[in-house]
Write a protein that binds this ligand. Structure first.
Ligand code: FES
Ligand SMILES: [Fe+2]
Length: 332
């Protein structure tokens, strides 16, 4: 397994909150990270995100290890984060490099830095174990779209758990009911690629879509290809075996009962109706509408143990089994 370069190694394991999978989560949008540290919460842990002197983003515990001042009140000076209370400075590895009021930097003075990676417009951080166990997302469509595609970024807030959001695409029987996608839907599993990915295709040969997509002529075979890790997933929608849209969905729990769905949708600018501007806007509207429909269900839903089910629930149950394998502590 090859891992992208990751900054920071925490001095001790970061335990994922109960039920949360070990994985990569979005800490902040890249464009928001600059000279001023920004406070945020990832999986219940309060952090600050800032840029070190070499331009790399740093995800660090929010409170100064000296006397606990909130570090977003400080600023970046000479490439290190300076606390506003007594002007101790911490570099991108969390090491205290200056403590002006004392003759020498106290031994062991360091701020906890979380493993992080920057890409796809976000600063990501690894949660759940001391060392990342799988790579951050690979989504080459975004870079390509800058030259030859249409794209949009999205962010939705929900009170659902990350797992419930990620399993939704595998929930075959909800598509006709919640999204109005009717047809002979069936689910086939991908051959297993690696331990951290589960993949499936949801296919129908005779599709009926909700308005305004139902007006598009020539709709035939629809395939939704899902490839999910325990913390993010990549979805591809194909019509008649032609890719219509690629989506990156990153699901970040913040506080208890609060989850943010960050992501990108990219549509290849191909010839014909599918690559046209009206198709882009129709797709975007349908995405917004469909997500709102899911969020409405999530809002008042309760957790069940999954013991009451039918064979159509296989997608969700199998995803849950996969996800469960990534929760809890790692024993090394
Ligand atoms: S509390 Fe941060 S330097 Fe003292
Ligand atoms: Fe859905």
């Amino acid at each position: 397994m090859s891992l992208a370069p990751v900054r920071g190694q925490p001095p001790r394991d970061l335990e994922a909150p109960r039920g949360l999978a070990r994985g990569w989560y979005v800490a902040e949008r890249s464009a928001r990270v600059g000279g001023r540290p920004r406070a945020t919460v990832v999986a219940g842990t309060e952090v600050v995100v800032w840029r070190a002197g070499d331009g790399a983003a740093v995800v660090m515990d929010r409170f100064c290890p000296h006397q606990g001042a909130a570090l977003e009140l400080g600023r970046v000076v000479d490439g290190a984060l300076r606390c506003a209370f007594h002007h101790w400075r911490f570099d991108g590895e969390g090491t205290c490099v200056a403590a002006p009021a004392t003759r020498r930097v106290p031994r062991g003075a360091s701020a906890r830095v979380h493993p992080s990676w920057e890409g796809l417009g976000y600063v990501w951080t690894w949660v759940g174990s001391a060392v990342p166990e799988y790579p951050p997302p690979d989504f080459p469509h975004l870079e390509r779209s800058a030259r030859s595609g249409r794209r949009y970024r999205f962010a939705f807030e929900t009170n659902a758990t990350a797992r419930r959001v990620l399993e939704n695409g595998f929930d075959l029987p909800h598509f006709p009911v919640v999204h109005g996608i009717a047809g002979d839907l069936r689910l086939t599993w991908d051959a297993e690629e690696d331990k951290h990915t589960i993949g499936a295709r949801i296919i129908t040969d005779s599709i009926t879509l909700p308005p305004p997509l139902d007006r598009a002529p020539g709709l035939g075979r629809l395939c939704l290809h899902l490839r999910s890790t325990p913390s993010y997933q990549v979805l591809t929608f194909e019509l008649d075996d032609r890719p219509m849209a690629h989506e990156l969905l990153a699901v970040t729990p913040t506080a208890e009962g609060a989850t943010t769905m960050h992501g990108w949708t990219v549509m290849p600018r191909t010839g014909g109706l599918l690559g046209s501007a009206p198709a882009f806007w129709a797709y975007r509207l349908q995405h917004w509408w469909g997500t709102r429909a899911d969020l409405r269900i999530y809002r008042d839903a309760e957790e069940t143990d999954g013991s009451v089910n039918t064979s159509d629930d296989e997608g969700v149950l199998r995803f849950r089994q996969f996800h469960r394998g990534w929760t809890g502590r790692v024993t090394e």
